[in-house]
Design a protein around this ligand. Structure first.
Ligand code: IMP
Ligand code: MG
Length: 174
C-alpha cells in the first residue's frame, strides 16, 4: 500500500471547514455548545473546524475502536475513553472525520441519546458514497468521496499518515 492520488487539497478542506464553521456559528448562537470529537481520527478536523466556530464552545472527546481489519470496519465498537462530563440538557455536536459504514456513529448516537442531551447532531468532514448504511442525518457535512480507502487529515492506514494536510487515496497496487 502506498499513498496515491490527492482527493482533497488542504486549501479545499480549509474552505469547506470555513463554511461548516459559519453554519454552526449561525445555528448555535446563544446556545451553549459542546463539541465531542471521536478519537483518534477526528482530532485534526476538531482543531481546525472549531477555530472557524465563533462561539464559546466547550470540548470533550471519546475514543472508540471498531474491530476489523486495517481497512474494513466490523461494526462492533468498543469505548476506550468515555466523555469526561455529563451531557444531559446540553447541545451536543459530534465531530467525525469520515462516515464509512456509519456503524460507529450509529452506535455512538444510540449511546449518547440515552444520556438525554438537549440536542444531538453530527458533523463529518467526509462521507463515502455508494455504501449501504443505516440512515444517519449528518447535519454538517464536508465532502462526498468515492468508496475508496483514504488517508490524511486525521485518517490513518495502520496508524500512519494522520498528519498529511490533505486527503489522499491509498493505492493497493503492489
Ligand atoms: P464507520 O465504518 O463509518 O463505522 O467508520 C469507522 C471509522 O473507520 C472512522 O471513524 C474512521 O476512523 C475509520 N475509517 C473509515 N473509512 C476510512 C478510510 O477510508 N480511511 C481511514 N480510516 C477510515
Ligand atoms: Mg481509524
Amino acid at each position: 500500500m502506498e499513498i496515491g492520488e490527492v482527493l482533497i487539497t488542504a486549501e479545499d478542506i480549509d474552505a469547506k471547514l470555513t463554511e461548516m464553521g459559519a453554519a454552526i456559528t449561525r445555528d448555535y448562537r446563544g446556545k451553549d455548545l459542546l463539541l465531542i470529537g471521536i478519537l483518534k481520527g477526528a482530532f485534526v478536523v476538531m482543531a481546525d473546524l472549531s477555530r472557524h466556530i465563533d462561539l464559546p464552545v466547550e470540548f470533550d472527546f471519546m475514543a472508540v475502536a471498531s474491530y476489523g481489519s486495517a481497512t474494513k470496519s466490523s461494526g462492533v465498537v468498543r469505548i476506550l475513553k468515555d466523555l469526561d462530563q455529563e451531557i444531559a440538557g446540553r447541545h451536543v455536536l459530534i465531530v467525525e472525520d469520515i462516515v464509512d459504514t456509519g456503524l460507529t456513529l450509529q452506535y455512538l448516537l444510540k449511546n449518547l441519546e440515552v444520556r438525554k442531551p438537549e440536542s444531538l447532531a453530527l458533523a463529518a468532514l467526509l462521507i463515502k458514497d455508494g455504501i449501504d448504511r443505516p440512515p444517519l442525518e449528518v447535519k454538517y457535512e464536508g465532502f462526498h468521496i468515492p468508496p475508496k480507502f483514504v488517508v490524511g487529515y486525521g485518517l490513518d492506514y495502520d496508524g500512519k499518515y494522520r498528519n498529511l494536510p490533505y486527503v489522499a487515496v491509498m493505492d493497493d497496487s503492489e
